[in-house]
Design a protein around this ligand. Structure first.
Ligand SMILES: [Zn+2]
Length: 287
């Protein structure tokens, strides 16, 4: 009985010796949706998708890149530096300190990473958000990063896929974070002018200023199953219009039914779909 020997016994043991950490944090994963336990290794090999309820867990950009690109090979695209904390913002904590804590925790510069690699041997540039970094919020760095991603795709003559996973604009950067909305749209326009494809894969959640800018402008818009996508939160809308919203409101499935997105893609089919799409639009292959 694996479950008994691997889980119950160490758990009992740890109760007897509470100071000794018997189970590493990542050995078991508790699904955020159905709350079932999944063995860590199985969860990773299933692309961080729950075996029980098919919940697609949030991914870090490096996991995204590893899952999408051939043989886990990709090159990170350097993004330009921006001014940190231009408003000298402080709430319960200084923004600068909060920001550095997130950098330490995630080992990332900010909430966006861009990489170039091959999918089924065809070049693609991918810009992925990290929800673990301040809710994947879009500030100066992310706005600049999207422009840099578009410029890189243009130089390399490759399509750009953006995977938003974000609560919206970064409030600690005030109006400057809101200015990233039109800026990100300019990035999309650069691709249009260069006649290069721009695709979006909406991950859970895509809300606020991110949903209201580049995320809804894809030539083709994909979404992960059950991803929450919308501008304002459900409760705010219900209170404003004084009506009960349908249960599936603001889910990828609801948006598909209402023509807002083109396709819902399971993570296991991701490489196949983007590989096929690339073969349809590619005229040159990345070197
Ligand atoms: Zn589950």
């Amino acid at each position: 009985m694996n479950w008994l020997t691997n889980f119950v016994r160490p758990k009992i043991h740890s109760l007897i010796h509470p100071s000794k950490k018997e189970i590493p944090d990542n050995l078991w994963h508790k699904c955020r949706s159905c709350e079932q336990m999944i063995f860590g290794k199985d969860f990773v090999s299933n692309l961080y998708v729950c075996h029980h309820c098919n919940h697609h867990e949030r991914l870090t950009p490096s996991d995204r890149f590893s899952q999408l690109f051939d043989k886990n090979e990709f090159t990170l695209v350097p993004l330009r530096e921006v001014i940190l904390d231009p408003l000298q913002f402080k709430d319960t904590k200084r923004y600068k300190d909060r920001f550095r804590d997130y950098q330490e925790k995630t080992k990332q510069k900010d909430a966006l990473s861009v990489a170039e690699g091959k999918v089924k041997n065809q070049g693609l540039v991918v810009a992925a958000f990290n929800f673990s970094f301040m809710g994947g919020s879009m500030g100066l760095y992310v706005g600049q990063g999207l422009v840099d991603a578009a410029r890189h795709a243009i130089v390399r003559r490759l399509p750009l896929l953006v995977i938003p996973c974000s609560g919206g604009a970064r409030m600690q950067e005030g109006i400057l974070s809101l200015m990233q909305m039109p800026r990100s749209i300019c990035a999309v326009e650069l691709l249009r002018e260069a006649r290069l494809p721009y695709w979006v894969l909406l991950a859970d959640p895509t809300t606020g200023g991110v949903a209201a800018s580049f995320a809804m402008l894809g030539d083709i818009t994909f979404a992960e199953p059950k991803a929450v996508v919308g501008f304002a939160g459900r409760r705010v809308i219900e209170e404003t219009i004084r009506e009960k919203l349908p249960d599936e409101f603001q889910t990828a499935e609801y948006l598909l039914d209402h023509g807002m997105i083109d396709q819902i893609v399971e993570r296991k089919d991701m490489r196949e779909i983007f590989g096929r799409l690339l073969s349809l639009v590619s005229t040159t292959k990345a070197s």
